[in-house]
Design a protein around this ligand. Sequence first.
Ligand code: Z2T
Length: 816
Amino acid sequence: GKEKWPRGDEKTWKENMRALETDVPGISRNIVNHVQTSLARQAYNLDDLGAYQAAALSVRDNLILNWNDTQLQYTRKEPKRAYYLSLEFLMGRALDNALLNLDLKKQYSESTDKLGFNMEDLLEQERDAALGNGGLGRLAAELPVWGYGLRYKYGIFQQLISPEGQQLEAPDPWLENQNPWELPRLDVQYDVRFYGSADRLNDGTPRAVWSGGQEVVAQAYDVMIPGCFTKSTNNLRLWESKPKRGFDLNSFNAGDYERAVESSNSASAITSVLYPNDHTTFGKELRLKQQYFWTAAQSRRHDPPPITQFPESQRHPSTMAIPELMRILVDEEDVPWDTAWQITTNTFFYTNHTVLPEALEKWPVPLMQHLLPRHLQIIYDINMYFLQAVEKKFPGDRERLARMSLIEEGFPQQIRMAFLACIGSRKVNGGCRTSQRAVKTTILKDFVEFEGAGKFSNVTNGITPRRWLDQCNPELSALISKSLNVPKQVWLKDLFMLKKLLPLAEDAAFRKEWAEIKQRNKERLAHHVRTTLGLEINTNAMFDVQIKRLHEYKRQSLNILGVIHRYLTLKDMSAEERKKVNPRVVFFAAKAAPGYWIAKLIIRLIVNVARILNADPETKDYLQLYFLPDYSVSLAEVLIPASDISQHISTAGTEASGTSNMKFCLNGGLLLGTVDGANIEIGEEVGESNVFFFGYLTPEVEQVRYNNIYHPRPVEEKSPALARVLSVVSQGMFGDGGIYEPFLNTIRQGDYYLIADDFDSYINALKMVDDAYLDKEEWIKKSIRTACTMGKFSSDRAIMEYAESYWNLEPVKIPA
Ligand code: Z2T
């Protein structure tokens, strides 16, 4: 029988259903309510943190109401859905973003003002949600998309820099002050198995039974993700691992209390910490446990919808979702193998985020055998059928079979996860045009020959103009709205509209306003550095910024060696000559993976060079250098709007796309970069005369590398300027030269990343930047032209491209 709904008195329900609080009195009432009840505090003992929490809880109330309506509409309409899997969501702060998206910023500041709190201060109270290493993972509002990730107890480590310049890592207990943005779903829990044994039934079906081992519980936490200026509010489900029934009963019964406690610890450990490695993390059992735990928890949620509506989107380390779906279909749903494979390969979309060969995941077979025995069987079976098909197409080509096998020979054998992701997916996408080319011509070349080029395409990455323009640069946003004569609610959702401002580059009054905003953003950054680090920055200088993970391929090394070269050049000049020099402040911010020794050595060099430069009375007015510790989304929000020029200088052919390049340009910073990743498409949009490119091109890199090994030339011959720089470092200009030798040797020998090969070209590009900056008016024009031609790089465009061309999704309107 049908249950009556709602239960009880309908009128009582209807009269008491809450609506959004959108006016100042309602908002104030709601905030005070949370102070009194949720926080159990009062006006007399409320500090900024408490006020932030109360404000956040009241915003959350609104998000939940929208979220409820959205989910109800999805349930009613049953649209095709996509599931977006990422092990990393680097989200930053939520409050300002939620207020913007709800269009309630004004009302909330008015209300908190009335209550005696400044909204800017409250926003600063929030801790970043830093559940990721780099530029990955954002959800698509207005589309029926669910996100799935892990609820790490500790996000990316906090970076401390010792006086010697050594990076130290401290944990990031971001949940410490409780997290108002999540809802624990105690009713959503699934068991996930590890270890045990897998026994094939051998009854003519491909089925097997996987039993024994350890079971842990996946517990759901839901995070509301508001769409921009819409009711539509999506869900990001983060899984936490918990011990099953608190303890492992078997050990408990046997009287082995300690082992029981241990096993309970080991269950909780799965989601305790985000792995801090940005381009490698294999071989670690716990990491594979994380991956499987998450794909398994996610896969359980298909229960009501038919299995064919299974997840539609995936990102790299979710490859375990492929054998897991096969296991569910074959073992639990009794689906024949071929049908199961057809469903699976129609379900997943693989987005590739790196073209570095060493970053392609491989797992040792013995580890997989131990941890996930049934999945190993399935991977073997997939491989067998796959290689049979390859053999059929290329008979007798043994080498090709060895190259393409999912199992790499060696001691131990390894599973090539990128190959599995490729053959198990309907499409393989790169994050920009060139990374797609790299995927097709290098890492997955054989697969293009086997499956045809049609499977490989690209959707150029994008960034959200909400966070990366309106929130981080409110003055520029206001100027744009005023000049377009259109509210931001319109152009922030149609970023191509910025193009209409191009003619204003010729308008002197507009240029003046534009430049003044940049200047104030530089002062805001200087203020931030003064208050956090106690350092005084010359805001009349050009601000030159490189912020990203520290990695040899991203070549912060090239930048710091260039800075030293500039310093030596300044020292060579007379005081009179120096006065003609365009002053520069160079900023770095970067975390290094804790085990990446050379990367940490480069940080050490930067910090020690800064120490000498900033204290040199002859040069410090012309060249300052800062390494800002603990790079984060929030720090980027202050740095990016303040940049005159930013550096994206990876060795050609190594950066999959880059997304910070887009953020800087959208804020009117010019780009100095190599012909790599999304830099190329940015150059196309903004015009070659507005960007500074240098260095060897991708097709040349291979030959240069070959020569560096087989026909090496000394640095002195390739670049005398660089040779001088290396020698002053070696001789101890920046403290004990000896410690830098291992880094310097990577350049002297092999030089895999072409530091010496690109150095003179780089210095030349820096000179062009200097010359261009001398013509202030022309520089501002370039800045305007750059920002106004960034429409293509909105994440809205990227997501719509995915939705229309690949996922086949349609927007769902949520009625008011
Ligand atoms: C990361 O930030 C990216 C790729 C990774 O591959 C890992 C991390 Cl932490 C394992 C970045 C790329 O480096 C960048 O070029 C790209 O723009 C971004 O992913 C989004 O596709």
